[in-house]
Design a protein around this ligand. Structure first.
Ligand code: MLT
Length: 264
């Protein structure tokens, strides 16, 4: 675990094409363990994988800025600067995908490729925004994320074949602080739609979704794949919203195929 000047804590493995992976809410970079292990390949030189803990999560401090995913995207640009990387393949799952889309809007020249997993480019409905504010206020008032953990698991984060992962995911959620959870909920509520940005992103892209994802379902994935000029859509059978954890081999195969297209 290195600490870069941006104060983002980052897990890193391998050498080769730079690939930055952005985690879901309210998890941390530890969700990418199978990607950090697998994507550099047996020789270790097929990808340089960097997985930061985004603001407030894992070992990265929250700071005092107002909630905004644009700031999280700018943190990623600073991370690239600090790591000596000009352009990278940027990937995000769910909230990480929202950050990747904010990065694509703000720093398009630094994208070599884009991976959008179990995420969406549409903005929140008013009801979704109100629900995020309810959760933000409740976790702060109770100084506990327990309510969130219960609700998230009830949201069917995992597909029907992934029950064995429930304790691991519950444990990851329990590590989040109420302050980070509230900040991220408010930042996600404020994010704009980014569908109109996608047609201008002329880089290889992969859109990945678990067939059983009910949080950001296949219809959202199709919207993004159709709007991107050069996207391949992969639907992972049986996986739910956390496809990278639930089906790491299928997920990593889709990422490898993207990396091969970037290298051409
Ligand atoms: C996530 O997994 O990051 C969340 O489901 C994103 C969201 O709440 O919209």
């Amino acid at each position: 675990m290195n600490r870069l000047p941006t104060a983002l804590a980052v897990r890193e493995s391998g050498t080769g094409t730079p690939l930055v992976l952005l985690h879901a809410f309210p998890l941390g970079a530890s969700m990418w363990s199978a990607q950090l292990d697998g994507l550099p390949g047996l020789t270790g030189d097929e990808a340089r994988v960097l997985a930061p803990d985004q603001r407030g999560f894992g070992r990265t401090e929250l700071g005092t800025d107002e909630p905004s995913l644009d700031l999280v995207a700018d943190d990623v640009a600073l991370l690239l600067d600090a790591a000596g990387i000009g352009r990278a393949v940027l990937g995000g799952l769910s909230m990480g995908g929202y950050v990747a889309l904010a990065f694509a809007r703000r720093h398009p020249g630094r994208l070599a490729g884009l991976l959008l997993a179990d995420t969406k480019a549409t903005a929140d409905t008013d009801a979704a925004r109100a629900n995020r504010e309810r959760i933000a206020a409740a976790v702060l008032a109770r100084d506990s994320v327990r309510l969130l953990a219960e609700e998230r698991m009830e949201d069917n984060l995992l597909g029907p074949a992934s029950g064995h992962l429930a304790e691991r995911v519950r444990g990851m959620i329990a590590e989040a602080s109420p302050q980070a959870v509230a900040w991220a909920q408010r930042a996600m509520a404020a994010r704009p739609a980014t569908l109109d940005v996608l047609p201008g992103l002329d880089v290889p892209a992969a859109v990945v979704v678990g067939a059983a994802d009910t949080v950001t379902p296949l219809a959202e994935a199709r919207l993004m794949a159709d709007a991107l000029p050069d996207a391949e859509l992969t639907v992972i059978p049986d996986a739910g919203h956390l496809s990278a954890i639930e089906a790491p081999e299928a997920f990593n195969a889709a990422v490898r195929a993207l990396l091969a297209r970037v290298a051409r």
